[in-house]
Ligand binder design. Structure first.
Ligand code: NAD
Ligand code: UGA
Length: 431
């Protein structure tokens, strides 16, 4: 099939590349000239394991192309995927639809034959209706179907999530569009048979409900972790004990510094806002947002206690600064709140991130280090902020010169008992 991807970001680039891998001809388009120039030269704009090889292979075989000419990319394709961003509108907390509606207007003028228009961007209920209204001019009669196909991939696991998804959700009321989508996803459906066809509005809401539910699960275990800290219980045991119940499941029950990233924070906010438009109060999701938004303050209090409130001339090392492992994405990373607060208290910060993310903080008191050893050498406190594999088996006594250094493991990667046996002052989350 001939596919056009509009918006070559995380979702657009991964989806476009995987669709070409499955044998389709794909044009990934974007308004960002330098991104497209780079991609045409083999430079991949994001850190995503396995993506570069896949892009190169399909690009060299001529199945994957990159273009800034969005109009002709649309005209030359049968299926158009809208994959542009839907960031929070800071005034209203709703999803800002300006990029999506802008794309809809471009599509409107380039419907030279029947096309399926697919929203893969995460969009509030009724966005499909809005796009349809824009496209519905006289000359476009019978030339399109607008459908919803939300994306559930995770950064860092994007290719596997795309090619081996738990489910593919297609929201459309027309059989024609549904059959085209089923055909497109056939190679993937064959692997696990989880194709769910529903209404367009339901598909839009499934996406937000899924993200809000996962954010709730994480926030729930984070609050239980707070209780564990005050009652001498290890939250990992609670997560295991709860997770053994199939109805609950053990995934997304890892207590940590709070959820971040480009999706959970913005999508929970947007869900509450769209619900309000329908006169519904989503009180649970509201509490989740509040709890997560204040989590960094709680962590800061914990660090203050660990440091006995002495920060002057103290060096604190962050192992990992992105919102989670396996990505270079800093959007809504808990570190963005915690590090500046520690600087205000007088600490100096070293940080190392395996994604080689640097120049994030504009302060002389924050230093990027090229490796773990340099970052840890003179540290008073090591903070394990993300769960990269390379942080999982460190010999801290060999890494740190300072006597009496401490570790605050925000991802509970290490055993408290083993640390105690090694005479290392170790603190975890919910322990
Ligand atoms: P992104 O910011 O990485 O990429 C968006 C791209 O769209 C940018 O390259 C931008 O230049 C381009 N763009 C903007 N306006 C355009 C236009 N008019 N024409 C062509 N290109 C245009 O965003 P993302 O992280 O890929 O997210 C895209 C959508 O997918 C969002 O709605 C997000 O919520 C959703 N989503 C993201 C993820 C994820 O892991 N990042 C997962 C599932 C769903
Ligand atoms: C999330 C969802 O998992 C994807 O299904 C969805 O497609 C995507 O959002 C989206 O809509 O964009 P992502 O943001 O890439 O994916 O990352 P996750 O792995 O879900 O982690 C999100 C945040 O929750 C991170 O800050 C992570 O550290 C935190 N987390 C996750 C925990 O604190 N504990 C957990 O057990 C799991």
């Amino acid at each position: 099939m001939k596919i056009c991807i509009i918006g070559t970001g995380y979702v657009g680039l991964v989806s476009g590349t995987c669709f070409s891998e499955l044998g389709n001809n794909v044009i990934c388009s974007d308004t960002n000239d330098s991104k497209i120039i780079n991609l045409n030269e083999g430079i991949v704009p994001i850190y995503e394991p396995g993506l570069e090889e896949l892009i190169k292979r399909n690009f060299n075989q001529g199945k994957l192309k990159f273009s800034t000419d969005i109009a002709s990319s649309i005209r030359n394709s049968d299926i158009i995927f809208i994959c542009v961003g839907t960031p929070t509108n800071k005034k209203t907390n709703s999803a800002d639809l300006k990029y999506v509606l802008n794309v809809a207007n471009t599509i409107k003028n380039n419907l030279n034959k029947y096309k399926v228009i697919v929203t893969k961007s995460t969009v509030p209920v009724t966005t499909g209706d809005k796009i349809e209204k824009i496209l519905n001019i006289k000359k476009n009669k019978n030339k399109f179907d607008v459908i919803s196909n939300p994306e559930f991939l995770r950064e860092g696991e994007a290719i596997r999530d795309f090619l081996y998804p738990d489910r593919i959700v297609i929201g459309t009321n027309t059989n024609k569009a549904n059959n085209i989508m089923k055909n497109l996803y056939q190679p993937i459906i064959k692997k696990n048979n989880r194709y769910f066809h529903t209404s367009r509005r339901a598909a839009e809401l499934i996406k937000y409900s899924s993200n809000a539910f996962l954010a709730t699960k994480i926030t729930f275990i984070n609050e239980i972790a707070n209780l564990c800290e005050n009652s001498n219980i290890d939250v990992n045991d609670i997560a295991i004990g709860m997770g053994l119940d199939d109805r609950i499941g053990d995934r997304f029950l890892r207590a940590g510094p709070g959820y971040g990233g480009s999706c959970f924070p913005k999508d929970t906010r947007a869900l509450v806002t769209i619900a309000k438009k329908f006169k519904i109060n989503l009180s649970i999701v509201k509490s989740v947002i509040k709890s997560n938004d204040t989590r960094h303050k709680l962590l800061l209090n914990r660090i203050t206690k660990i440091m006995s409130n002495k920060f002057k001339n103290k060096k604190i090392t962050f192992l990992g600064v992105t919102f989670k492992a396996g990505t270079d994405d800093m959007r809504e990373s808990p570190a963005l709140n915690i590090i500046p607060s520690l600087i205000k208290k007088g600490a100096n910060i070293n940080y190392y991130d395996p994604s080689k993310k640097k120049d994030i903080f504009n302060s002389k008191k924050i230093k990027f280090c090229k490796n773990i050893k340099d970052a840890c050498k003179n540290s008073n406190l090591l903070i394990i902020h993300t769960e990269w594999n390379e942080f999982k088996q460190l010999n801290f006594k060999n890494l740190v010169n300072k006597k009496n250094f401490k570790i605050f493991d925000m991802r509970n990667l290490y055993s408290s008992r083993k640390m105690k046996n090694n005479n290392i002052k170790y603190f975890g989350i919910g322990r």
